[in-house]
Write a protein that binds this ligand. Structure first.
Ligand SMILES: [Zn+2]
Length: 230
């Protein structure tokens, strides 16, 4: 890790660099020794170090130093601005902030790294497969939440159209389970009416909402079986 050339100083993290800078700014006395030490310290932080850093704490720590230095005229202060070109300081400041921004993104990380993981558009079977096999447990947790959301919103919900409520007791979209849309009718109605409860058809499955809706519009009849009359 960077030993500061020509000094006995050494630092390993951006925070340590910041501490050294601040310390020697306080003790800056414009002597030759002070100047050469600050010059060496200032020069020991390379742009690459910032550019490749994952140390968000350290980046936040050096930000105010760079910011302050970027505002001084080159001969004005007693810090790194005395020894580095303003352009270079600004370049490091901009990079520091851009790194901080990038490192703050992991909350949305899956969207950036895996744009195909737009949750609502993952097909059911793919969703289930990912839950079984994906190594990223954080992502799996999100997938599970999505899976649960789908189950909760698909089973035993009211029918999608108001007019159906007269006839429909239970609208259960179980297509994700491979069952289709299962519709149970209110008492007094049947898809196939009969005097006999066992012969009457009160429950039916459909592949699509359109099919179900067509059947409810045209294929539902009054029923007077024992169950309907009870
Ligand atoms: Zn009936």
């Amino acid at each position: 890790m960077p030993k500061v050339k020509g000094t006995h100083l050494e630092w390993h993290t951006l925070s340590e660099w910041a501490v050294l800078i601040e310390h020697y700014m306080v003790h800056y006395n414009f002597s030759k020794h002070s100047k050469s030490r600050m010059l060496a310290l200032a020069g020991s932080l390379r742009f690459e170090e910032i550019h490749t850093s994952y140390d968000i704490k350290g980046l936040r720590r050096i930000d105010p130093i760079l910011k302050k230095a970027s505002r001084f005229k080159s001969e004005g202060g007693n810090g790194i601005e005395r020894h580095l070109k303003k352009q270079y300081i600004v370049k490091m400041l901009v990079e520091t902030r851009s790194r901080i921004t990038v490192l703050q993104l992991p909350r949305l990380g899956y969207k950036i790294k895996n744009p195909r993981f737009h949750m609502p558009s993952i097909p059911d079977d793919v969703l289930d497969g990912l839950i079984q096999r994906h190594p990223d447990m954080k992502l799996v947790e999100k997938l599970r939440t999505e899976s649960k959301r789908r189950q909760d919103s698909s089973i035993n919900t009211p029918p999608p159209y108001k007019y159906m409520r007269t006839f429909v007791l239970d609208w259960s979209d179980e297509r994700r389970l491979g069952n289709g849309i299962i519709i149970s009718l209110n008492k007094g109605y049947a898809f196939q009416p009969s005097e006999c409860e066992l012969a009457a058809l009160h429950v039916m499955g459909f592949d699509t909402v359109r099919e179900a809706s067509d059947e409810i519009k045209t294929g539902v009849h009054k029923c007077s079986c024992q169950w309907c009359m009870s």
